[in-house]
Design a protein around this ligand. Structure first.
Ligand SMILES: Nc1nc2c(c(=O)[nH]1)N[C@H]1C(S)=C(S)[C@@H](COP(=O)(O)O)O[C@H]1N2
Ligand SMILES: [Mo]
Length: 424
């Protein structure tokens, strides 16, 4: 009977160990893939791989449900075992909150079209928060609990104590557990813990602080306008509706996305062209371009990855006005959009391009669009996800066939409409 009980206990212990192991591997993969997905740098490197990686992240993220549910089935029993061990209980609750929070917010992000931008935005915030808080804790936990660190006694450096005889001795380091007087000055384990903690604080800390600053919109945390590397002269003069912005100022913050190095422009290397199947092609210099009559609109900006910036006051030229100036030939069916980065492109059908809020924007909230955010000129497509919002836009070509854009070639949906958009 006793043996049986012991066996059951052993089996149960084994189950917990294997749940823990599976969970650890899943979290490791999700952490690495998640960081690759969120890091702007990797957009360029990964290309199409990014879309695959996102799918793998989603599938293995959902697979987290297995260890979580399995654990919950054993939880009651485990909980009894932890009686009195408050530290361990806190640990278990922390991990469960983390995993379930990641799962729930991840599901909303996965189903962003169903959920809509508001929910996706909140989910991304939670997903990020849990990552910046949870990941350092998990890394700390895994580094400080590897096996060889669990034999601290053998490696302890023990304080030198004076023996009653008065001669200085180093207490036998193999027996300090039994000796109560000499306290270890520090143990190898304690030292490593401290080092890991400090290392994490130094590496993850600044990212966390920056993220908090940006998401709470603390002043000075993301001052792109101040760091604008474009040097185009003259500055566009804002219309009255832009300055102060009639939208009241954008709410939220942009994440800087690019698939190349971020370009910067000056009067000598910037121009704007509309050509292809038009009656009258144009190429404007910056001096000419800023003289064209602009308009102002207030609109929201949504990225498929979940973040949004609300109430942007954009000032620029409605794309339809540019099309009318050039005169679209009747063979033309698509508007191809080129970025001055030389790589990124996208396209709109003619009816889409003629929607009243599709704008070739020059100013944001009364200021020139900084180069990090696609200035001097970017496209704005409020009814569609922002991968249509080509940054550093410098050429519009009217074409007779379809054109598949940069991210669409790499797996993004050709249909970029927001839920509830007025599709045309
Ligand atoms: N040239 C260029 N335009 C681009 C992108 C890009 O990588 N390169 N990314 C697109 C995507 S997916 C989004 S969400 C927005 C992001 O704009 P932001 O970098 O100003 O936040 O730009 C879009 N336009
Ligand atoms: Mo995006």
């Amino acid at each position: 009977m006793r043996k049986m009980l012991a066996n059951i206990r052993k089996g149960y212990g084994k189950k917990l160990v294997s749940i823990h192991r599976w969970n650890a591997w899943l979290v490791l993969f999700l952490a690495v893939s998640g960081l690759l997905l969120v890091g702007g740098f990797w957009r360029e490197v990964l290309g199409e791989g990014r879309v695959w990686l996102k799918w793998a992240h989603i599938v293995l993220g959902l697979a987290l449900l297995i260890p979580v549910i399995y654990y919950l089935l054993l939880a009651a029993k485990h909980w009894k075992r932890l009686d009195g061990k408050t530290g361990q209980k806190t640990n278990v609750i922390f991990v469960l909150v983390l995993l379930i929070g990641w799962l729930a917010s991840g599901i909303v992000l996965w189903q962003f079209r169903l959920a809509g931008p508001r929910a996706a935005n909140a989910a991304l915030w939670i997903h990020d928060l849990l990552t910046w808080v949870g990941l350092p804790v998990i890394i700390y936990h895994s580094i400080t609990r590897v096996k060889w660190l669990k034999e601290p006694r053998k490696r302890s450096i023990v304080a030198e104590t004076r023996s009653p005889a008065g001669s200085g001795t180093i207490t036998d380091i193999k027996q300090p557990a039994a000796v109560s007087t000499p306290q270890p000055v520090y143990t190898r384990r304690g030292f490593i813990k401290l080092a890991v903690g400090a290392g994490l604080a130094v590496t993850v800390g600044p990212t966390f602080v920056r993220w908090i600053g940006k998401s709470l919109q603390l002043p000075g945390t993301a001052d792109y306008a101040a760091d604008n590397a474009n040097t185009l002269i003259p500055d566009p003069v804002p219309l009255a509706d832009s300055s102060p912005p009639i939208g009241g100022g954008a709410e939220g913050s942009f994440r800087v996305y690019t698939v190349t190095d971020i370009p910067a422009f000056d009067n000598s290397n910037w121009s704007f062209t509309i050509d292809g199947l038009v009656d009258q092609p144009f190429t404007w210099t910056w001096e000419e371009f800023v003289k064209l009559q602009r308009e102002v609109q207030v609109s929201d900006f949504h990225c498929v990855t979940g973040w949004s910036v609300y109430k942007n006051t954009w000032e620029g030229l409605p794309l339809s006005k540019l099309l009318d100036m050039a005169g679209v030939k009747k063979e033309a069916v698509m508007v191809k959009l080129y970025s001055g980065d030389g790589v990124y492109t996208d396209s709109l059908t003619l009816p889409q391009a003629r929607m009243e809020d599709v704008m070739v924007a020059v100013m944001h909230d009364g200021l020139p669009i900084p180069n990090q955010l696609g200035g001097p000129v970017r496209l704005v497509t409020p009814q569609m996800y922002a991968y249509k919002s080509v940054k550093w836009l410098n050429r519009i070509e009217l074409i007779a066939e379809d054109h598949v854009g940069y991210w669409e070639q790499r797996g993004y949906d050709k249909d970029a409409w927001l839920p509830g958009a007025r599709r045309v």
